[in-house]
Structures are given as structure tokens and as C-alpha cells.
Design a protein around this ligand. Structure first.
Ligand code: 6CS
Ligand code: FE
Length: 308
């Protein structure tokens, strides 16, 4: 890896120095001044801009939740899916942890992604056409489903995928109830305005390890303490069918789930078509297409109601 020269013009340097740093975000969160039409109200746009996320109480109707839960079960027990490189299993138990590119594996998920409730929100926030950078199902079984240590998604996407700017947004739709105790998503509200530059070099094929347990691209403890003191920690609890829409640079994580109550969600990342991936900023090779799409076909809109 030799990106020594790019560091000078990279506004989000990471994994290139021995010293961690907290840098101010150089880009907007809500693009095009929030003038694009879409499902978000002015209040939701303002909340998203301020906190880096907003929640939608009932993004899916109860019958849709049931339909997608059955679809998830079908995928997680399909031998062809289990044998596929898109399926990631837990480090210790071999239970399914994530299935990637789920919008290509499931027609129902593909339709949901294009629905105005998802793609429409993403277009409004990112100021124009979007494509799917990554989609996945996350399963967190009860009795010990593993957590995700603190990280900013954008840090990984910048370092390992070559995403130039934090002009991407993630939508996580709960298919089971998220309690405070079963490993819900935790976000530091407002942390999207600070880029936590991390130390350490990206090992070859890092994703094979990091998608189970991320160690590189996680901030040092002093930075995390400063961020938590500055911004606090919010817990994304909510019923099945609720969603969290969050900026790519939010500092977030989740704890292990030792309760008997499993947790699963559909997770879709939209990137602006104007934020095309380049060569990775801090990795020898880009990650595979099913983890970080390089093909930028814009999502074609679908009015809500077309799903199922
Ligand atoms: O690798 C990714 O794209 C996502 N997964 C992990 C564990 N960290 C960064 C990002 O959220
Ligand atoms: Fe993440």
C-alpha cells in the first residue's frame, strides 16, 4: 500500500498515521439544502441534520413485517445461501450473522429497497439519485449473538472501499422488537460531525475478519471517551417494523445479545451516484462487489404500497 501522497488532499485521512485524531466533517449531512421533495418532514430533516439520524416508528406495516421475517427465515435456512460467500457466520457458534447483497437474493427485498419509504428518503437526504452500496440482513440470535464494536461505517468505506465523501445513508429496519437489552443499535447523536481518524494498517482481506469482529478501523479509547462525553449515547429501541435512518459517519455499535430474544434487521446503504467509489484510501485492494458495490445503477423509484 502506498497512498502517502493522497494523505495531503484527503479530507478524511485514516489508518495512515500512528496518531489518532478527531477531525471536523467537511461535507454536509443533508445535501442540496434539503430542498428535494421526499417523505421526510422539515422537522425530520432538521433532526437528521442535527443528530445524524432519525427514526421512523412504523416504516413497515405488521403484515409486511411478517412477510419479511418469513423471507429471512427462508434465506437463513437455504443450503445454497448458506454455502454462498455472501453469508457470514458467527466466529464461535457458526450461526448466521449476516447475509450480504440480499436485494439480489430476494425479489421482495429488491422491491422494498426501491420503495419511496427507503430510496425516497435516501434521495431526499443525499440530494439526488442513489444506488445501493451495500445491503444485508443482520441476525443477532439470543443467548450470545455477537455485538459490533464502536465504529463509523464511513471510516471503513473510505479506507477499504474508496468512498470519497460521507454522502451515504443507512436504513436499518427492525424485524424483531429492539429492546435496550437485546443488543440494540447505539448511536452517539451528533457524532456524524466528527471524523475519528483511526490508527493501524488494513490487513489483506480484512473484511473476512472484520465482518465478524472488527478490530482495525475502530477508534482508540481516548477518542471514544471524548466523543461519548461530547455527544452522549442513544439507544435505538423500537417495535418490529420501525427503522433507524443514519448518516454514514455516525459513531455507533451494539452489544452482545445474551437475552433469549433474537434480533434481526434488514440493512440497506444508499450512496449518492455523485460519490463514486475510487481506489481504497487505506487498503491494498477494494472489497468484493457483494460487500461494496462499484456498479452505480440508480435505484428507480416506486411509490409506496407496491410491496407485497
Ligand atoms: O464493513 C462494513 O461495510 C460494515 N461492517 C462493519 C463491521 N464495519 C464497518 C461497516 O459498518
Ligand atoms: Fe456499522
Amino acid at each position: 500500500m502506498n497512498r502517502a501522497f493522497t494523505v495531503l488532499d484527503d479530507r478524511y485521512p485514516t489508518r495512515v498515521s500512528d496518531l489518532p485524531a478527531l477531525l471536523d466533517r467537511a461535507d454536509p449531512t443533508v445535501w442540496a439544502d434539503g430542498r428535494l421533495p421526499g417523505p421526510l418532514s422539515a422537522d425530520e430533516l432538521a433532526a437528521h441534520d442535527r443528530d445524524g439520524f432519525h427514526t421512523v416508528a412504523d416504516l413497515l406495516a405488521p403484515d409486511e413485517v411478517r412477510g419479511f421475517a418469513a423471507e429471512l427465515d427462508r434465506l437463513a435456512t437455504d443450503p445454497a445461501v448458506l454455502a454462498d460467500e455472501r453469508t457470514i457466520v458467527e466466529k464461535t457458534s457458526r450461526e448466521v450473522r449476516s447475509i450480504f447483497e440480499v436485494h439480489r437474493l430476494s425479489e421482495a427485498v429488491a422491491e422494498l429497497v426501491a420503495d419511496d419509504r427507503l430510496a425516497g428518503r435516501a434521495r431526499q437526504l443525499l440530494g439526488g439519485d442513489v444506488y445501493v452500496h451495500q445491503s444485508r440482513i443482520n441476525y443477532k440470535p439470543g443467548f450470545g449473538g455477537g455485538g459490533f464494536y464502536w465504529h463509523s461505517d464511513f471510516e471503513t468505506w473510505h479506507a477499504e472501499d474508496g468512498m470519497p465523501a460521507p454522502r451515504a445513508v443507512s436504513i436499518s429496519i427492525a424485524l424483531t422488537e429492539n429492546f435496550a437489552h437485546n443488543g440494540c443499535l447505539m448511536i452517539m447523536p451528533g457524532s456524524h460531525r466528527t471524523f475519528a481518524s483511526c490508527v493501524g494498517e488494513t490487513p489483506d482481506e480484512h473484511y473476512k475478519q472484520s465482518l465478524r469482529e472488527q478490530q482495525i478501523g475502530t477508534p482508540d479509547r481516548r477518542s471514544l471517551r471524548m466523543l461519548a462525553d461530547r455527544y452522549g449515547i442513544a439507544m435505538m429501541t423500537g417495535a418490529a417494523g420501525s427503522a433507524t435512518v443514519f448518516d454514514s459517519n455516525c459513531m455507533h455499535g451494539s452489544a452482545e445479545n445474551i437475552t433469549p430474544y433474537p434480533r434481526s434487521n434488514i440493512f440497506v446503504v444508499f450512496n449518492s451516484v455523485d460519490n463514486a467509489l475510487q481506489a481504497p484510501f487505506a487498503a491494498a485492494r477494494p472489497r468484493p462487489e457483494h460487500v461494496a458495490a462499484r456498479e452505480r445503477t440508480p435505484v428507480v423509484g416506486r411509490p409506496t404500497g407496491g410491496v407485497r
